[in-house]
Design a binder for this molecule. Structure first.
Ligand code: F3S
Length: 681
């Protein structure tokens, strides 16, 4: 077996510059990348571990001083810069210089009146960006068939450029056909040199290899192109994300194995592949000797599996817990080195103590972050396995519409970030609850059920939108129905004040809110609800009315026991003299409070022995006076008092005008007949 690595392979200049740029930025603060920096899961996983988040639009980024937005090598359309500047976000532009040149060229040709044609994939972010620089008016062509199928306007002039990672061969075909179809046509091949060199090296190697391994993510455009180029020349071509994904039964001792890698494949993935293939080669040689000696035929694949014990980054393996020290878990992986789950890699929830979850001897499934951290340890992550499981659960929940439990871990400008099974899910503010909530921070740390509303698996990481508006409304209704079931008018309930309005206070009485109207806050007169109750107060109330259709419940704080009119006649016998305080003046008399919530009227004729024209000529608000209880009408809740009679105990002057004037009043003590400006309130 011979193993040959392509002359040009792996990280290109632009991707390396972007990856290094992200790690430089991480040293200075929080980093958010606008789209994944590369199309390689391993690189993205390592970045996620370093705390780098990926968003798909500027809208999703919180405006915070410590956040830096990174623009990846693919570049972006001009409107993205405008959005970043408008939001005042700090950003680093790591657009590959080759892509930036392409954008400038597209802009210039568009401004010069050319229709810009881009040979490339219309959905690729680089092409989306270039189209933006061409006034969003570019024609995107990905195959020469599309050239034939389209009508070209020979009154216009066209200019062809290319996605930097496009296939040179297809570009030539497209260019050739456009020349034939369009009168006024110019072209500039903008495929970057790194791409051309990598494609040429791949083609050369494919011609002489018997098996070709293309290391790259299946979502990477340039890796797929390498695969296509190689496959045309060598049908035994395999596109694999990890060398461990290789099906060994296809290989034999006579193979010439060519290895190359896409522009987003990191160096350690290539090294791992070479190492494993070299070990295979070595074992094959040994196997040949053993076979000659024992004359036994052994399955090639089984033999390799037995002799080669490997671990690779990104692998999910099961081991046994050896120990838990200071929050770090040591794991036996049956590998030459033990694995370690460092703090922060055990669970997404930083409050979780590993000792509470696992014990020595327990089996544990982990994700290999790095095979060798430099000190010979295998770095592991349990939270990554949880997240993978979380992605699976989210996928299933999206289909089944079953809600999932999640913990609110962050409040952003546009909503909440919720941790659902180790996966960060965005919940827009409109979806947080059944009602509008101004301050979302009240949800921080809560664990609630969420539905998966949107799931786009074509994005890396997946674009997941969660919500609980409908769910919250349903749960509230269920709770309300249940609470209403056990509720009767007249029953006593207790609960906490949830909100206060001008007209009353709402009280949560166990899954359902009841309203205590301002007039029901007490037997006395309450001017402001806030004077009586505030949010959070615990109250005991009586149910006055239940509307089971609308779910509206009216409550009162008034009860017979706390009614100041209870036993009033016993406490204030008619004829007794008490000291009261003047609380209101009317043209026909003054109201005197004899105890809190109880006041009676001293008719103007009962204020003094002399003729009184206006009550305020004799009395003033707040003044304490001795009054005689003349009459108590407990049904109408009225008390007639006399100052005059308190002085001389003479009943003679008590006349019928008294009752007539009192009758002009409603229960609030207002004179319905009196002119408004004379009403003191
Ligand atoms: Fe730049 Fe070419 Fe790489 S355009 S990002 S150097 S493939």
């Amino acid at each position: 077996m011979e193993i040959i690595l392509a002359d040009v392979h792996g990280f290109c200049f632009g991707v390396k510059r972007a990856v290094d740029g992200v790690y430089d930025a991480v040293k200075k603060g929080r980093v958010v990348t606008l789209g994944p920096v590369t199309h390689n899961k391993r690189v993205l996983a390592q970045m996620a571990d370093a705390g780098v988040s990926v968003v798909n639009s500027v809208d999703e980024v919180s405006v915070r001083k410590d956040i830096t937005v990174v623009l990846r090598a693919h570049g972006v359309a001009p409107h993205v810069y405008e959005e970043l500047n408008e939001k005042g976000l700090k950003y680093i532009d790591l657009t590959c210089p080759c892509v930036a040149d392409n954008q400038k060229l597209a802009k210039k040709m568009h401004e010069d009146g050319f229709v810009v044609i881009v040979a490339g994939d219309a959905a690729h972010p680089e092409v989306v960006g270039i189209n933006g620089w061409a006034g969003d008016a570019a024609i995107i062509i990905s195959s020469f068939e599309e050239v034939s199928n389209r009508k070209w306007d020979n009154r216009r002039k066209y200019f062809l450029i290319s996605q930097t990672t496009f296939s040179a061969e297809i570009f030539d075909q497209i260019s050739h056909l456009l020349h034939q179809n369009i009168k006024n046509f110019s072209v500039q091949n903008t495929i970057c040199k790194a791409t051309i060199d990598r494609q040429n090296a791949c083609a050369q190697l494919a011609k002489k290899a018997t098996k070709m391994l293309i290391l790259g993510d299946t979502t990477s455009s340039n890796s797929k192109k390498l695969y296509d180029i190689s496959r045309n020349l060598q049908k035994n071509t395999y596109l694999i994300e990890n060398i461990a994904d290789l099906d060994l039964k296809n290989f034999s001792t006579c193979d010439i194995i060519g290895i190359t890698a896409g522009a987003s494949t990191p160096p350690d993935a290539i090294k791992e592949a070479i190492k494993l293939m070299s070990e295979i080669e070595k074992n094959l040689n040994n196997a040949e000797v053993v076979e000659q000696e024992s004359n036994e035929t052994e399955n090639f694949e089984d033999m390799l599996k037995e002799s080669v014990t490997t671990l690779h980054t990104g692998q999910v393996v099961t081991g046994k817990v050896i120990s838990i020290v200071n929050g770090e878990v040591m794991v036996d992986l049956q590998y030459k080195s033990d694995g370690i789950i460092q703090r922060g890699q055990f669970s997404e929830n930083s409050d979780v103590n590993p000792s509470d979850e696992v014990s020595p001897g327990d089996e544990i499934t982990v994700f290999v972050l790095r095979v060798n951290d430099g000190d010979g340890n295998v770095l592991l992550s349990k939270k990554r396995v949880d997240a993978q499981r979380g992605y699976k659960d989210i996928d299933a929940a999206f289909v089944s519409k079953e809600p999932l439990m999640g913990k609110i871990v962050e409040v952003t400008k546009g909503g909440l970030i919720v941790n659902i099974g180790g996966v960060r899910v965005f919940v827009p503010s409109s979806q947080v609850s059944a009602r509008f909530t101004r301050d979302l921070s009240e949800f921080m740390g809560q664990e609630l059920l969420f539905s998966i509303l949107e799931l786009d698996k074509s994005k890396r990481p997946w674009r997941i939108i969660g919500g609980r508006k409908e769910l919250a409304a349903k749960l509230e209704k269920e709770a309300r129905d249940k609470a209403l079931e056990g509720l009767e008018e007249g029953s006593k309930v207790s609960g906490n004040v949830t909100s206060v309005a001008k007209f009353g206070a709402f009280v949560d009485i166990g899954g359902v809110d009841g309203l205590i109207h301002v007039t029901e806050l007490g037997w006395g007169r309450t001017k402001k609800v806030e004077d009586a109750l505030k949010v959070g107060d615990k109250v005991e109330a009586y149910v006055i009315k239940i509307n089971r259709e609308t779910g509206k419940i009216s409550l009162t704080l008034k009860s017979v026991e706390n009614d100041p009119w209870h036993n009033l006649l016993t406490r204030y016998p008619v004829g007794s003299i008490v000291i009261g305080k003047v609380v209101r003046m009317m043209p026909f008399g003054a109201f005197i409070e004899i105890e809190e919530g109880i006041d009676g009227l001293v008719h103007i004729s009962q204020i003094a022995h002399k003729h009184v024209k206006h009550p305020e000529d004799v009395l003033s608000i707040g003044q304490e006076v001795e009054v005689k209880i003349m009459e108590i009408d407990t049904d109408k809740r009225r008390i007639s008092l006399s100052v005059k009679q308190a002085i001389d105990m003479d009943y003679d002057d008590y006349d019928d005008d008294y009752d007539d004037d009192y009758d002009d009043y409603d229960d609030d003590g207002y004179d319905d007949a009196a002119p408004e400006e004379t009403t003191e309130e």
